[in-house]
Design a binder for this molecule. Structure first.
Ligand code: C5P
Length: 217
């Protein structure tokens, strides 16, 4: 059976709210609860662990873990608090609109292909250029092959455990867990995600998420 880790321990400074971002009200409930509800509807997930900021408690029916200083530190702490489920699906509480089907597709991808990880991702629609420190463009990337990577991210547990067993500076450099698996030589596949799986970072994102939830209802 699979275990799900929700990382909810960030402060969310860019949102400018008093409470940590994952606990800000969205559609009448703390943001993190939308991810918990979606995960409860995913076949094969039998444990949900939530990495928490100080002073917040875990949603009903989930296991609490203390958040880490950096995001992947929170993933490591949540995995340490989990039972022995395998595979592991990691999700950011900051993506409250991820539908159950997306978690299920990431887990299925892992089962159906010889890979260590399967990550939700959206094809890039903007043209992406690399610029130097003086903002001079150095190259234009080939858009057809670019994916903007999101969560959920599903992993075979031994691969994720090995990937997270690194020094704190490596952990701090990780903007997602798949990168940690890639740097160990693991194969990671992308799973196309719906555009609604947005990340709430700013007050504008929160408004858009409210609107999308309203449409769902
Ligand atoms: O800050 P950002 O939105 O990139 O964080 C992504 C996710 O990681 C959020 O759900 C946040 O709560 C979580 N996080 C965490 N522990 C940290 C930093 C971020 O659980 N130390």
């Amino acid at each position: 059976m699979a275990v799900a880790l929700i990382v909810a321990a960030g402060s969310g400074e860019r949102l400018g709210s008093e409470r940590p971002k994952a606990f800000v009200a969205l559609g009448g409930r703390p943001m993190v609860e939308w991810s918990v509800e979606a995960l409860r509807a995913v076949p094969g997930v039998d444990e949900i662990v939530v990495a928490l900021p100080p002073g917040e408690s875990a949603p009903d029916g989930t296991v609490a873990a203390p958040g880490g200083e950096v995001r992947s530190g929170s993933v490591r702490a949540a995995l340490a608090a989990a039972g022995d489920g395998d595979p592991v699906v990691v999700h950011d509480a900051a993506r409250p609109l991820a539908p159950p089907d997306l978690f299920a597709r990431a887990l299925a991808e892992l089962e159906q292909h010889p890979c260590e990880g399967a990550v939700a991702a959206a094809p890039v629609t903007d043209t992406v250029k690399e610029a130097d420190d003086r903002r001079v463009v150095r190259r234009t990337l080939e858009r057809d092959r670019l994916w903007a990577v999101q969560t959920p991210q599903a992993f075979r547990r031994p691969a994720l455990e090995r990937a997270l067993d690194v020094d704190d500076d490596v952990l701090a450099a990780a903007t997602d867990d798949a990168w940690l698996v890639e740097r160990m030589g693991g194969t990671v596949r992308v799973v196309p995600a719906p555009r609604e799986n947005l990340k709430v970072t700013t007050a504008l994102d929160l408004k858009v998420a409210e609107l999308l939830l309203g449409e769902r209802a």
